[in-house]
Ligand binder design. Structure first.
Ligand SMILES: [Zn+2]
Length: 415
């Protein structure tokens, strides 16, 4: 049996395709590739989306791909936002255009393909929202039964799609860490594959590495910083691995610095970074944030945070936390300035970039890419009310002038 995974902690190998943690020490598993992936990245075929990098991924080449067209997302210039933040160049990687509206599709496409190829009986996962939609979609595509554990705070808006896709959704009285622990137990008792999109699933993280490959291919010039919203940080950790592959193949002299952003209400990795300690400890107490996708207390798996912190420090990067008000403001500015309706966890990237710029962590001459991780279309914010629109217009009664802008001519003879 050839090795598929290597423990990040004790470096022992595992050939078990469904391995999730190191059997020897419980450490995080990294995917082993037989050779440098970068040369093979260049041999792509059109419409392969994320799967154009299939030869750089662990998934068996003969596996039938469970694909909805994930990856290959746009990288757009955001000059107005760059100018507002006082930096030279800002580009946005639009992960929100993925099939279920977030970067999680990359992980679940890879994990569902792997699970089906190796004969898994079903998928089980924990989620605070976006991974739930990805799990439900790819489980349906793979014709696998699916069980998802979500915190009770997940809104009803988010539950329609997974239920329609046939995933059994269990609402858990607790936070994301409670769901993570239950998913691990449910996977171990049922034998179903745990597709929780944390470091628990190294095959899923392999899918996230393709974000780094895509950015490297898209950017002819040097990128100084990449801004990534972080819960446990698997996207950040995987992108660091992706850039390490590229640098190792001498395709790029240095990898960009990684700027990880957490919500102040739940910021265990930022806390360790600011204290200058290498080890992350779980976040105690209430972990409530409007940015549910990154409010992860890491209770029971704080080593995931430690791994992410090491990736940040190894890149020469930094961690920054943002308040609820700053997240709210960034959500509104992305809509108003860039036309992007994003979820609060995605907006945290821009809020954090603003703080990092103000503090001089990111200098004005920098070239920056922010990962816009998820769409805002999935959930109506709790504070939104139709009353914001004013009274309903009745065409039989109300004059058209009552809704026209003040400066428009009131001469309606041309009608
Ligand atoms: Zn180990």
């Amino acid at each position: 049996m050839s090795a598929k995974f290597r423990c990040a902690h004790c470096h022992c190998h595992s050939g078990n395709p469904f391995a999730q943690r190191c059997k020897e020490c419980g450490g995080i598993l990294e995917v082993c590739h037989p050779a440098s992936p970068v040369d093979r990245i260049l041999a792509w075929t059109p419409n392969d989306s994320m799967w154009r990098y299939a030869s750089s991924m662990l998934v068996d080449p003969s596996a039938v791909r469970m694909s909805l067209g994930e990856g290959g997302t746009p990288l757009i210039e955001a000059p107005q936002m760059a100018s507002r933040l006082g930096i030279e160049q800002l580009r946005l990687k639009l992960e929100l255009v993925n099939p279920t509206g977030s970067f999680k599709d990359r992980a679940l496409s890879a994990a569902a393909t792997h699970a089906r190829h190796h004969g898994s009986a079903g998928l089980v996962g924990s989620s605070s929202g976006n991974a739930l939609h990805a799990q439900a979609a790819y489980a349906a595509l793979a014709e696998l039964p699916s069980l998802a554990l979500v915190p009770v705070t997940v809104s009803a808006d988010r539950l329609v799609q997974p239920i329609r896709c046939g995933t059994r959704v269990v609402r858990v009285r607790g936070d994301y860490s409670d769901c993570h622990r239950l998913a691990r137990t449910a996977a171990s008792l049922s034998g179903w594959y745990n597709v929780s999109t944390t470091y628990e699933n190294p095959v899923g993280l392999d899918g996230y590495k393709t974000v780094a490959y895509e950015l490297w291919e898209a950017c002819e010039d040097a990128v100084d910083w990449i801004v990534i919203p972080v819960g446990a940080g698997p996207l950040l950790g995987a992108m660091a691995q992706g850039y390490a592959d590229i640098v190792a193949a001498s395709r790029c002299p240095t990898a960009p610095a990684l700027l990880g952003i957490q919500a102040s209400n739940c910021a265990p990795i930022v806390r360790a970074f600011e204290r200058g300690v290498p080890t992350v400890t779980p976040w105690d107490g209430d972990a409530a944030s409007v940015a549910k996708g990154i409010a992860d207390p890491l209770r029971g798996y704080a080593e995931d945070g430690t791994y992410t912190l090491a990736a940040v420090i190894g890149s020469g990067g930094a961690m920054v936390s943002v308040s609820e008000a700053e997240i709210e403001e960034a959500t509104r500015s992305l809509a108003r300035i860039c036309g992007l309706h994003v979820d609060p966890a995605a907006a945290a990237a821009i809020a954090g970039l603003e703080i990092a710029t103000r503090r001089g962590i990111v200098s004005a001459g920098s070239s920056v890419i922010a990962i816009i991780t998820g769409t805002g279309f999935k959930e109506v914010p709790a504070d939104f009310s139709l009353a914001e629109l004013g009274a309903v217009f009745d065409p039989d009664v109300d004059p058209i002038e009552s809704i026209l802008p003040q400066e428009v001519s009131h001469d309606t003879t041309s009608y």
